[in-house]
Design a protein around this ligand. Structure first.
Ligand SMILES: *Cc1c(COP(=O)(O)O)cnc(C)c1O
Length: 366
């Protein structure tokens, strides 16, 4: 019997393809790669991922502890703002701690002095197609942008974190951005032991010039005498995962609308946040449908796609690229049944690794 929908389906073979590219980059560049857990934290896959990466980076105490407990390797602790209540536990679980401002270095740096301490610096330049995700947007709080304050803290930090890219799939664009960063803060970079260049570089994409990226990273590392880190999230899991859904009803209202047993806001939230369409394959054929969710939100739409045959109630649809920023954001809006999480092993067997029921819904509220 096929698995009941909805469920996220992670494909080990596809993940292995991306991880091979991560390995290629690490070997050719000397950069260390840490998985950004804010993008993907489905820990059942960590035994497959961990041997191909150097550890994890985090954006909260919970992610930090998950990385330490389930992934291993180097565990970088970063938060936009650590609180008094969590800082000691963060320090206890971290291999490096990265503060977002000099204020936070002033408050907590002393307590972390036995660890490598880093500072997120905002060089004021970025590559992002979305203002919402642009770390250099006006009034940005992401990283210290006051150069005088950074200079005054240099003797208390051994590294910088510079996260300036979002969905950057061009080596040229990345390299140009790095040129600008070198011009702006190169004198400070010379005084460091390590630099994390953050995430947002889509180097596992087919056709991406991994050798070109590796050469650029290597040149940067040599010029400034630093260990380079990258913090890839999305690119590690791109095109590895689908959201498997079933058609529940088909409504005619000037076009054919197929309602499926999922909801965009609850299960693929970023499609709404970034006003993007989901994807199906091959998306070809004479039968066009809007694929819509079962929540009460009028705009609960995964996208409009073409199918080779007419859809019928009970048909299954695979929504593509459902790995990054999906499972970490899923929620109980409308009480819609939560997708299970399944893994397609390399031998083809599909194994459910997590499922959710009414008790989980109840436990999420009080
Ligand atoms: C979001 C984020 C990442 C991961 O970004 P991806 O686009 O998923 O590669 C890495 N580092 C920091 C600091 C981030 O905020």
């Amino acid at each position: 019997m096929p698995l009941a929908t909805p469920y996220y389906l992670i494909d080990e073979t596809a993940l292995a393809r991306n991880l091979e590219r991560v390995d290629t980059l690490r070997a050719a560049s000397g950069a260390k790669c840490l998985l950004a857990l804010k993008c993907f934290a489905t820990w059942s896959t960590f035994p497959q991922i961990a041997p191909h990466m150097d550890g994890t980076t985090s954006s909260s105490l919970n992610e930090l502890k998950l990385g330490r407990e389930k992934f291993g390797g180097e565990t970088h602790a970063y938060s936009v703002a650590w609180s008094d209540g969590e800082i000691d536990e963060a320090i206890a679980n971290a291999d490096k701690i990265i503060f977002n401002s000099v204020n936070q270095v002033d408050r907590f740096g002393e307590r972390a002095a036995h660890l490598p301490v880093g500072l997120r610096v905002n060089p004021g330049v970025s590559h992002s197609h979305f203002d919402l995700a642009d770390p250099a947007r006006k009034f940005s709080r992401l990283g210290e942008s006051d150069r005088a304050k950074v200079e005054a803290a240099m003797d208390r930090v051994s590294g910088f974190m510079l996260h300036c890219n979002c969905e950057n799939d061009s080596v040229e664009a990345f390299s140009t951005l790095l040129d600008q960063i070198e011009d702006k803060i190169g004198d400070l970079l010379l005084r460091l032991e390590w630099v994390s260049l953050g995430g947002g570089i889509h180097f596992t994409k087919d056709g991406y010039d991994i050798d070109g990226l590796a050469a650029r990273l290597k040149a940067f590392a040599e010029k400034f005498g630093v260990q380079v880190y990258l913090e890839p999230g999305d690119t590690v899991v791109t095109d590895t995962t689908t959201l498997e859904v079933s058609v529940l009803d088909i409504i005619e209202n000037e076009m054919s609308v197929a309602i499926v047993d999922s909801a965009v806001e609850a299960h693929m939230l970023d499609l709404l946040v970034y006003r993007e369409s989901g994807a199906v394959a091959p998306n070809k054929g004479p039968h066009r449908y809007q694929i819509a969710g079962k929540s009460c939100l009028a705009g609960d739409v995964f996208g409009t796609f073409d199918f080779p045959d007419p859809l019928a109630v009970g048909d299954r649809i695979s929504l593509l690229n459902a790995g990054g920023y999906t499972m970490v954001k899923k929620n109980w809006f409308n009480g819609v049944a939560m997708p299970a999480i399944a893994i397609r092993r390399k031998n083809g067997a599909v194994e459910v690794v997590q499922s959710f029921d009414y008790a989980d819904y109840v436990a999420s509220l009080s």
